[in-house]
Design a protein around this ligand. Sequence first.
Ligand SMILES: [Zn+2]
Length: 430
Amino acid sequence: MRVAVLDTTKKPLAPTTPRCARLLLKSGKAAVFRRYPFVIILKREIEKPTLPDLKLKIDPGSKTSGVAIVNQQTGEVVFAAEIEHRGYAIKASLDARRLLRRGRRQRKTRYRKPRFDNRARPEGWLPPSLESRVENVYTVARRLQRMYPLKGVAYEMVRFDTQLMQNPEISGVEYQQGELQGFKLREYVLIKFYYRCVYAGADSPCDQVLNLDHLVPRSRGGSNRASNLVCACRKHNEEKGNLSLEEYSKLRGVDFAAIKAQAKAPLRDAAAVNATRWALFNRLKALDLPIETGSGGLTKFNRIKREAPKAHWIDAACVGESTPENLKIEDVQPLQIRAVGHGSRRMCQTDKYGFPKAHRTRKTTFCGFETGDIVKADIPKGKFAGRHVGRLTAIRQRPSFKLKGFDVHPKHLKRIHRSDGFNYQMKTVG
Ligand SMILES: [Zn+2]
């Protein structure tokens, strides 16, 4: 692990070792600029710094995303973090709000005509829970760009390769056939057809068991390629048997032409186009860095080849073709970043029936502190005497702020990190 260094004009320099950072701080040549991630700022300007080739690598996930900064020349993981998203919390709070509003509106049941259609969604709209995941990763990436002299981004864009040359699961004869084969094939086809039988119809209900069905049957020279495979239930699979798609179409009296087109289209265009991944990719363009994309298969291949254990940040470090051969992941302490949001916008608290109970003031800082600030408390006496470090969880009317479940007077507090929408696991870095 390395410590990020800025010069006095806040220009990011080559990150340094924790030991060196300690010496700089001790000799007064630098000061602490930021606590999480740990950044120091030099007290002089560096004219022409030599900068290493650092790449920011991102492995987006639905609950947790991995982030790593890798020195491309030495293979050293300079920084690693895992971002825990709050998609479910957002959904829960929106559901709660909807419930309250619905209850309120239904108290007067007179019909009211909609006044105008104001429910249009803008281009590229994402549900708030997904939008927050995209924003979380982008925010962290943007902040890291200000701390480390990044020269590029590597991003895991898709789950499957459709190029399939790099797919680690392919070997031997199946590899020779070219297209996605092996044990990933089944998953690929199932996802592509949304885990639903393509021959389902109102006239004939489906079986529970899902199989792969060959559009052109094997007995008639049909291949094992993904473009010849569809997802079908056992019943329809057996019913189709040796028939071609056209013959089966006639037998059932249903037009199955669209299935053929969908089977021919690669997954990327057909189904599991992960909306969030694309949205984040487009957002990352704003960093103005060259972006390299990789697939999930390649990430796994890179990780297994380097005999690295499975972790979100290690996956991130293994994203993309440019992953260095000798990735140095020993002694790396990943920073645990948890998205906690910026508090609620709600100005009025309601009781369980939806009636207003209390109104909040517009003020968000009190005695210079804010909910979410990471503070250090030195309590001289009493039950909780001693030093405590933690996140302020509540601010009370009286000057007594809540920290780790007990109240502390603000005169004993010292802020070490301003609230920024994230919580950082308390690990002493550097
Ligand atoms: Zn079926």
